[in-house]
Design a protein around this ligand. Structure first.
Ligand code: L34
Length: 249
């Protein structure tokens, strides 16, 4: 795991990942680099980790400081060690459905939906948010499970009309309390991907929990919902990477 700079939220996430590794017996190495680290230095480190046979998975925590090009960094990670599934080769595989690594947050959301007991096949699934990391791959995973998928975003006209249709609603916009109870179909499964810090110690999701829980059949909390599942899926991808790399030897 590589963390550049000292964003407090990123530190918490990386530390939670480290603890998960310890818990299940994955050896983890943390590279905590200063914010001034150059792109070249970061790429050199990634190169070294790419060719280190002891390393099965490489994760460079995002966001990176402004002077480093995230795309260049993501493209530098060997696809076989890209446990985030952010590399274009892995992103492409998610489109076709022939994938080794499923991106951690969308994969965690799929597990949560499955646990709710709802089968997405034939259902109206609405994803609010279109990021490369969550919204887009999320829509693909729902589609692979035969959901009828609508992707909404900040420019969507009549958003509430769309969200009210959703049997499965995934909120990943990054705006605190953006989805209110009156925008949710009664009995829907609501997954809240947002983690918004509204005060030093107060986290809220993209869904207004108090009004939404009265309408939804099932809803995930923030914290304690998608975040921990993201980490669990990272562990799964890492084990997968290790198994695959050892098969080839
Ligand atoms: N490269 N960058 C890369 N891979 C990732 O998969 C991520 N992501 C997102 C940010 N940047 C990344 C994460 O790891 C978000 N994310 C993440 C991971 C863990 C948690 C939240 C986001 C998490 O542990 N959440 C806890 C609470 C944490 C807190 O108290 O701040 C929760 O219960 O939701």
């Amino acid at each position: 795991m590589i963390l550049v700079g000292d964003d407090p939220a990123s530190k918490v996430y990386v530390n939670n990942k480290k603890k998960a590794c310890e818990y299940i017996g994955i050896k983890s190495f943390e590279y905590l680099l200063p914010a001034e680290t150059s792109e070249t230095e970061l790429l050199e480190l990634i190169d070294r980790l790419n060719s280190d046979p002891e390393v099965s998975g490489i994760l460079c925590q995002l966001p990176l400081p402004g002077h480093i090009d995230e795309t260049v960094v993501i493209n530098a990670i060997a696809p076989s060690k890209d446990v985030d599934a952010f590399h274009p080769v892995n992103v492409g595989k998610i489109m076709t459905g022939d994938y080794d690594f499923v991106p951690c947050t969308p994969a965690g959301v799929m597990e949560l939906i499955k646990e709710s007991g709802v089968d997405v096949e034939g259902k109206e699934c609405v994803v609010v948010g279109r990021s490369n990391i969550v919204g887009k791959p999320m829509a693909m995973l729902l589609l692979h499970k035969n959901g009828t998928v609508t992707i909404c975003h900040s420019r969507t006209a009549n958003l509430a009309e769309k969200t009210k249709n959703a049997d499965v609603l995934v909120a990943a916009v990054g705006i605190p309390n953006f989805i209110k109870g009156d925008m949710i179909k009664p009995g829907a499964v609501v997954i809240d991907v947002g983690i918004n810090r509204v005060a030093p110690k107060k986290l809220v999701g993209d869904v207004e929990f108090e009004t939404a829980e009265k309408v939804a059949a099932a809803i995930t909390p923030v914290p304690g919902g998608v975040g921990p599942m993201t980490i669990a899926m990272l562990m799964k991808n890492t084990v997968k990477a290790a198994v695959k790399q050892n098969e080839c030897e």
